[in-house]
Structures are given as C-alpha cells and as structure tokens.
Design a protein around this ligand. Structure first.
Ligand SMILES: Cc1ncc(COP(=O)(O)OP(=O)(O)O)c(N)n1
Ligand SMILES: Cc1nc(C(=O)O)sc1CCOP(=O)(O)O
Ligand SMILES: [Mg+2]
Length: 225
C-alpha cells in the first residue's frame, strides 16, 4: 500500500500468500474492475507486469495503470508491486520492486528506491534460491517455473523439484513464492512440494470470475498453513 512504512510493508509481506501479476488490460479496458475483483477475492500483492505488446509499456501508460492499481491496493490493504524498474517504483511510491536474474542488481536498485520498499528476486535453480535467501537487500524470492508457461516463453521449467529442494534445503526466514503454471487444480501439488505462497498470472487474469478464482486459490493456500 503506497504510504506504508517499511515495517508495515514487511509485516504484510510476511502474511502474504497470493501474489498476482497482471498486465494493464489495455484491450479490455477493465483494469480497475478486474483488480478490484481479484483483491476482493483475497490477493495480497498486485504487480503490474505488462509484456503483452512485445515492447515495454510507454512510461505514461505504465504510470497510469500503476495509479489504478495503487488506489485499489490501498482500499483493500494489499501491496503494490512494480516489475523491473526501480525508477518507476520510486515514482509511484510502490511497496514492492521485483527484479529477475537479468534485471538491476539489488544493491543498485536499493540506491534508487531506498530502504522502505521490499525487493523480490526471481530464482530458477537451487543455487539462485540460496543466493536470494542470503543476499543483502532481498526481502523475498520466487521459485519457478513450476510448469512451462506461455506467460514466460523460453523460460525452462525446473518444475516442482526446485520447490521441493528449496523447501527442504534452503533455510531462510525470507518469504518465498512458487510461480509458473500454477492454477487451482495444480495447487495441491505445489503445496505438497512444500510451498506456502504462490504467484499467478493466467489463473486469475484469464478467469471468467477473477474474484472467485482468487478466493479459491487464497483458501487453498490458507488451509495449508
Ligand atoms: C513475483 C514475480 N516473480 C517472478 C517474476 C519474473 O521476473 P523476471 O524473471 O525478471 O521476468 P519478467 O517478469 O521481468 O519478464 C516476476 N515478474 N514477478
Ligand atoms: C512472470 C513469470 N516468471 C516466472 C519465473 O519462473 O520466474 S514464471 C512466470 C509466468 C507465470 O505465469 P502463469 O501463472 O500464467 O503461468
Ligand atoms: Mg524482470
């Protein structure tokens, strides 16, 4: 929630179970209604991740979409996440900045966003997960893809073996999320592998009823606690 201090952001991150990445829904023109429904269903963190047009969003479009998400997150007590861009995270006072292996180094991003927002890291191997579990400035990490996914074409999937290995071998107090190909029918397998938090894209963005889809995923994750 923009305006939260670092301690409150970290407390909410710790409690978070369901993380949604959404595009700006430019074609459908329903971003505000969509995100309101997803948040009502129990999404804890919303990230704007728009890679739909083959090129990044224009800056003005990205900021406009983030303002829509920020207002909805503030109303629902959820965290707002920016993908890739530390300058954009600073500009919109985001709670969360997410960085992949090929994005800005965390120590560089920290110089831009300061200490308040949390920073997350994508990981795709046990070594990367171990590094994210200890690297200074990282607050959470993601582990995947659990299944090959058209949302991230070309990203090989280490599968649930990676989730099992992180759950059993990486000792960390940092929250971590499983990602990639996760939907309700697969959630029990993700939980059985040892994850307690999940990131989804299509399971909510492509649902006929995003509130119901989010609710079912959130309930599944909550039951596993
Ligand atoms: C929450 C979350 N987890 C993983 C990613 C993927 O980040 P990255 O590997 O940098 O790929 P892009 O999303 O930037 O294409 C993410 N965005 N969010
Ligand atoms: C954006 C992204 N990052 C991944 C990673 O493994 O880091 S997998 C992924 C896409 C997840 O989309 P869906 O839920 O539609 O499969
Ligand atoms: Mg990235």
């Amino acid at each position: 929630m923009p305006g939260l201090d670092g301690d409150r952001i970290r407390k909410r991150l710790d409690e978070a179970r369901l993380y949604l990445c959404t595009d700006a829904r430019t074609q459908r023109g329903d971003l505000a209604e969509f995100v309101d429904a997803a948040l009502a269903g129990g999404v804890d963190i919303v990230q704007l991740r728009d890679k739909t047009g083959g090129a990044p969003l224009e800056a003005a479009q990205e900021i406009a979409a983030l303002e829509v998400l920020a207002e909805a997150c503030a109303r629902h007590g959820a965290l707002l996440a920016v993908n890739d861009r530390a300058d954009v995270a600073l500009a919109v006072d985001a709670d969360v900045l997410h960085l992949g292996q090929d994005d800005l180094p965390v120590r560089v991003a920290r110089r831009i966003v300061g200490e308040e927002p949390v920073i997350g890291r994508s990981t795709h191997s046990p070594d990367q997960a171990r590094a994210a579990a200890t690297e200074a400035g990282v607050d959470y990490f993601c582990v995947g893809p659990c299944w090959p996914t058209p949302t991230k074409p070309g990203r090989p999937a280490p599968g649930l073996d990676l989730v099992r290995s992180v759950a059993s071998e990486v000792e960390t107090a940092r929250p971590w999320f499983a990602i990639g190909g996760i939907d309700l029918p697969r959630l029990d397998d993700v939980l059985a592998a040892g994850a307690r938090r999940a990131v989804v894209v299509r399971a909510i963005t492509e649902a006929d009823d995003p509130a119901a889809a989010a609710r079912a995923l959130r309930e599944g994750l909550t039951r596993a606690d």
